[in-house]
Ligand binder design. Structure first.
Ligand code: AMP
Ligand code: GLY
Length: 428
């Protein structure tokens, strides 16, 4: 099969590596790709991930059989629908089904219709009505911009004044653009937060696994939010049995509801869950793999990812044999100084091969590029992802940090505590 993979992060490097194992792969193109994906296929660096027209044109001209989207932007922009129109399979949801990530209100209404446990909520476009509702709620309270807001659209307010200001800024101001012209106010949930992943073919959901991300920039979960500074898998307090049960509660009813609405969900579902004392509650869906979660999940896949995606597109996932190794994984993101603000780019990176001499350790590229002198350098915020696997989480963590220490890059910053939270929880 001739495949076009879309994206340029560590997630896409991990996808490219898994696809490259398939005996059925005849050509792999990655748009735009990065130096990591270039090890497995041909980067089409002039076509960006959200350029749906460019991707479609390329797919037509290069006899692509299957498009595999990494990030959400092309899905929300209708890449799958555009592929369907020209008879090319796309392993992601249609624009209508991608609303599960594109609109918080849409997701909440699906949860209510399908009886999926989720925080109590209401949606507003008018700030006065939102503030009246707010005054009947208790603190802390969660306020979310309805649309995609690059991870910045969720505010957890601890005072009424902060909540009121957030509502006014979102609905009456322009800080969140159109994404904030509708907002959802919801109850604050407490518990352990986990991410659950499954392949979905419109009808069936097949468990991939679970991970725990570390979203804040600083150790001890401090400082601003990022795209994710590291992840562990599986969370030791959320075994495969519990993951299967959580799929029954939070994903399979969604698939039935989406099918009933005539917009079945095909692709990867990423359910962000809060494990409350009343069981798993849905916080949000994403309609794609997480990044960096993919980098601790995909290297453990023993089955043929390309066949899984092909079956997923044809509604035949029940025919796929999907197996994972039971190793524990830890990945640590090396970001550039300045991230999540303005990252310092251009610094030279070396000794990746030395790090990869450690067994079951892989360095995934995210924001890297090859400079004019043919040297690897930093070109973005999150730059490398060091993923290590071992029989226990402790060993995987130790190895991941050995890998980080082996890499030479003077501008790199990273969290020193990826996995500590889960390890502490395991002991308790
Ligand atoms: P979201 O974009 O909906 O995933 O929200 C971003 C982050 O805000 C989540 O990963 C949670 O840590 C937090 N969050 C969102 N909704 C809630 C909630 N109802 N209760 C507590 N924390 C939440
Ligand atoms: N790591 C969180 C995400 O991919 O959304």
């Amino acid at each position: 099969m001739r495949v076009l993979l879309v994206g340029s992060g560590g997630r896409e490097h991990a996808l490219a590596m898994a696809l490259a194992h398939s005996p059925n792969l005849s050509a792999l193109y990655i748009a735009p790709g990065n130096p990591g994906t270039a090890q497995y296929g041909t980067n089409i660096s002039h076509i960006k991930a959200d350029n749906v027209a460019g991707l479609i044109e390329f797919a037509k001209q290069n006899q692509i059989d299957l498009v595999i989207p990494g990030p959400e932007a092309p899905l929300v922009a209708g890449l799958t629908d555009a592929c369907q129109k020209i008879g090319i399979a796309c392993a992601g949801p249609t624009q209508a089904a991608a609303q599960l990530e594109g609109s918080k209100k849409f997701t909440k209404s699906v949860c209510d219709a399908a009886h999926i446990p989720t925080a109590q909520w209401q949606a507003f476009t008018d700030s006065k009505a939102a503030i009246d509702y707010l005054h009947q709620q208790s603190l802390p309270i969660v306020i979310k911009a309805d649309g995609l807001a690059a991870g910045k659209g969720v505010i957890i307010a601890t005072t009424m004044q902060e909540a009121e200001e957030t509502i006014k800024t979102m609905l009456d101001g322009s800080a969140f653009g159109n994404a904030g012209k509708l907002l959802v106010i919801e109850e604050f949930l407490t518990g352990e937060e986990v991410s659950l992943f499954a392949f979905c073919d419109g009808e069936n959901a097949v468990l991939i696994g679970a991970a725990q991300d570390h979203k804040r920039i600083g150790d001890g979960d401090t400082g601003p939010n990022t795209g994710g500074m590291g992840a562990i898998s599986p969370p030791p307090f959320f075994d495969r049995n519990a993951q299967e049960k959580a799929l029954d509660i939070t994903v399979r009813p969604m698939l039935r509801e989406m099918a009933k609405r005539g917009t079945p969900f095909r692709g990867i579902i990423f359910a962000g869950l809060m494990l409350t004392d009343k069981g798993p509650y849905l916080i949000e869906y994403n309609v794609r793999f997480g990044d960096p979660e993919a980098e601790v999940l995909l290297p453990r896949l023993k089955s043929d990812l390309l066949t899984i995606f092909k079956n997923l597109c044809q509604g035949k996932l029940s025919q796929s044999k999907i197996e994972f190794s039971d190793q524990a994984g830890v990945c640590v993101i090396m970001a550039a100084q300045g991230y999540p603000g303005k990252p310092k780019t251009g610094g030279l990176i070396s000794r990746i091969k030395e790090a990869e001499k450690l067994t079951d350790l892989k360095v995934f590229h995210a924001g890297t590029k090859i400079n004019a002198d043919n040297q690897l350098c930093a070109a973005g915020g999150r730059v490398l992802c060091i993923s290590a696997f071992a029989s226990t989480l402790e060993e995987a963590q130790k190895k991941a940090y050995q890998g980080v220490a082996a890499i030479q890059w003077k501008d790199g910053i990273w969290r020193k505590d990826i996995g500590n939270r889960a390890l502490r929880k395991k002991v308790n």
